[in-house]
Design a protein around this ligand. Structure first.
Ligand code: K7E
Ligand code: CUA
Length: 665
């Protein structure tokens, strides 16, 4: 929500006038034992793993809590030269879309897979905001293993939120747009007739985790911001915050802030799924990419899908409702019991909390105030549990501590505010530095929050760090929430722009893959031992079947490559030990290095442009003789007669690796 930085002054003054609750008398200094509370001694582990969205860097970072140490950066939607993600032949298909290869996206929200509403440690889902996609990462390998494009959408913001047994992950479009089977080449001013807000329900295979769009719902043309599934009693429902009920197509800052209330949309997804099964809805022709990384071939494939099932407002007439919500709601959060749904109206001077029981009763009693584009609107009072009065300015997101309290982030007044879910009384507030967007309690959107800490992800850090140019690092702040007062423990800077985050106990990550078994490697260009290393020419394509083991490549001398050839180095890392990757790069390669995990095969494509001698080497310091892990490729002019030969250790009589003539096919 970078755009909040652009809050017009008039807006701020206007909402400031509505309430004036500057955090007073709150702790600004850290308490004496803070250093001890966050200190993780050398050799000790952090209690929680915190997965944080990277925003405009398109990646996910993993931090330890309470230390705030950066443990890893996981490439998801952006290419990553550090390990060749999106550059190696195997991973390029992961970033294919119906628009072609896309090396970047804007990553906002994360969801850890759940069983019975509790975090289960299997997968992490991530959304792409710009070119709508949802990714799945496997927590056994910490790798992105699947990316699914979302058709009929633009700006996949309300995503990737999960049902409590990970049956579905949802994707709600941020921008209303004409659907893919309509002509999108229409005047923008025809917004009201032509633009729709489509939400997608992506089915998740119970065992493999594979994603497939089960159905979409063509909702009215409003903008979906965020969502959360119900839990327990409300487990069949999904709740979406919506803005721009005005259907403005320009200067939304003003024109989409006219209505006193926008909506929370409540969708009974169980009913929707039944209708989709019963043959309701229409098949919409479209194109969307489904990219899957296969763990045994170590290779991704991209398939273009052609059709999706779309349910209409009419199909959904007894399964989809609007609930008025003041005023341009952002976060849409459901408490651990599933009874309370919190809408955070960015411009509202209060936080409305809706009751699931009352919503059900309102539907039964037909307590509707009218319709919006054919969708019944439940009366505000009939759905309302109550309002949190004067919580602070610019409420954005809410998480739950599992002890009957909610904590809401305040963007404008820069604070976290804790309030009781039942009586809606504010019980504590603490300043943040500054302008908090999302916040996160480990497990804080599940049935069973782990509690203990809350992390604020701040958009602005002016004066918190030494200057680093016009842009400063965005910042997380860790607070202890075990006592009556939230206590600031730590500031730590972050990569990219953080939005939502998730965390789980480190203990849940005990079944990690430590290396890939070489005998299980089904890569079509695998080389399972040095003896099998070889070079094959097919026309102008040269396939190098190469191995790496401490501390050499086989082969490490190749001659007879010609200008105009396309060389594919298929490097298999023969190591069978934890944490021994080898890297591979060659002078002039125009992509990135490979970083090959033990037992894995990765391919670097290299097209030399001029004759000469080209060194190649291992880029990852793998042993005392890592620096010696190097070799040469000789490149001759196009049309020359240099024979294609390869060797290790020069020796013709070396049975292990003689100088060999390449096979030409
Ligand atoms: Cu940053 Cu969740 Cu895109 Cu709020 S959203 S901050
Ligand atoms: Cu292998 Cu350095």
């Amino acid at each position: 929500m970078k755009s909040f930085k652009l809050f017009g002054l008039s807006t701020i003054v206007a909402i400031s006038a509505l309430t004036s609750c500057k955090p007073k008398g709150t702790e600004t200094a850290i308490s004496g034992d803070a250093a001890e509370r966050v200190y993780v001694a050398p050799g000790k582990y952090d209690e929680f793993y915190n997965f944080v969205s990277g925003g405009f860097n398109g990646q996910v970072s993993v931090y330890g809590l309470p230390s705030g140490r950066l443990l890893k950066s996981l490439p998801v939607f952006s290419v990553n030269p550090e390990n060749g993600y999106g550059f190696s032949e195997e991973t390029k298909p992961m970033l294919e879309t119906s628009h072609g290869f896309i090396p970047w996206d804007d990553q906002h929200h994360l969801s850890l897979s759940q069983t019975n509403g509790e975090v289960d440690g299997r997968w992490l889902f991530a959304n792409a905001n710009n070119t709508p996609r949802v990714a799945r990462l496997d927590l056994k390998t910490f790798k992105t293993v699947e990316i699914l494009e979302i058709p009929n959408s633009a700006g996949n913001h309300s995503s990737p939120f999960l049902t409590e047994n990970t049956e579905y992950v949802v994707a709600g479009t941020r921008f209303a747009v004409p659907t893919d089977d309509q002509n999108g080449d229409v005047p923008i001013t025809t917004f009201k007739e032509n633009f729709k807000g489509v939400i997608s329900f992506i089915g998740i295979d119970k065992t493999s985790g594979e994603m497939d769009i089960s159905f979409q719902i063509e909702a009215p043309g409003i903008n979906f911001d965020l969502s959360h599934a119900g839990k327990g009693k409300s487990g069949d429902w999904f709740f979406f915050s919506c803005y721009n009920s005005e259907k403005a197509n320009t200067l939304l800052e003003v024109n989409a802030s006219q209505n006193d209330k926008d909506f929370i949309m409540a969708v009974n997804w169980k009913k929707a799924a039944e209708m989709a099964k019963a043959g309701k809805g229409r098949k919409v022709a479209t194109e969307y990419a489904h990219n899957v990384f296969n763990e045994s071939t170590h290779t991704a494939t991209s398939t273009m899908k052609k059709e999706v099932l779309v349910l209409s407002v009419e199909d959904m007439k007894d399964a989809m409702y609007f609930i008025p919500c003041p005023k341009s709601p952002h976060g849409c959060d459901v408490d651990p019991t599933g009874e309370y749904i919190v809408g955070s109206g960015k411009l509202a001077a209060l936080i409305p909390v809706f009751s699931f029981t009352k919503i059900q009763k309102a539907i039964a009693d037909k307590a509707f105030s009218g319709e919006y584009d054919g969708v019944k609107v439940i009366k505000y009072e009939a759905a309302l549990h109550g309002e949190v009065k004067k919580p602070g300015l610019g409420p954005l997101h809410t998480e739950f501590d599992g002890k009957g309290n909610a904590i809401t982030s305040m963007f404008v007044s820069s604070e976290l505010v804790r309030w009781n879910i039942k009586d809606l009384k504010v019980i504590d507030r603490v300043p943040t530095y500054y302008s908090t967007g999302h916040l996160m309690i480990p497990g804080g959107d599940s049935k069973k929050p782990f509690g203990k800490y809350v992390v604020a992800y701040n958009k602005i850090t002016k004066d918190r760090y030494l200057p680093t140019g016009p842009e400063l690092a965005q910042s997380a702040q860790l607070f202890d929430i075990t006592g009556d007062k939230m206590k600031l423990l730590l500031d730590f800077p972050l990569f990219g722009e953080p939005h939502y985050a998730q965390a789980l106990p480190g203990e849940m990550l005990k079944n990690q893959v430590k290396f890939f078994k070489i005998e299980d490697n089904k890569h079509p260009y695998v080389t399972k031992g040095e003896k099998e290393s070889k070079v094959i020419r097919e026309g102008n394509k040269i396939h190098v079947y190469m191995t790496s083991i401490r501390s050499h490549f086989a082969p490490d001398n190749i001659e007879g490559v010609k200008v105009g050839d396309e060389v594919y180095f298929h490097v298999t890392n023969l190591e069978q030990d934890w944490d021994v990757p080898h890297g591979f790069a060659i002078k002039g390669n125009q992509n990135a290095e490979l970083l090959i995990m033990p037992g894995e095969t990765c391919t670097l494509k290299w097209v030399p442009k001029k004759p000469g001698m080209y060194p190649m080497y291992c880029t990852d310091f793998c042993s005392a003789l890592h620096q010696e892990m190097q070799g040469y490729v000789r490149v001759s002019p196009a049309g020359s007669n240099t024979p294609l030969i390869y060797s290790l250790n020069n020796k013709k009589d070396n049975a292990q690796s003689p100088v060999k003539q390449a096979v030409t096919k």
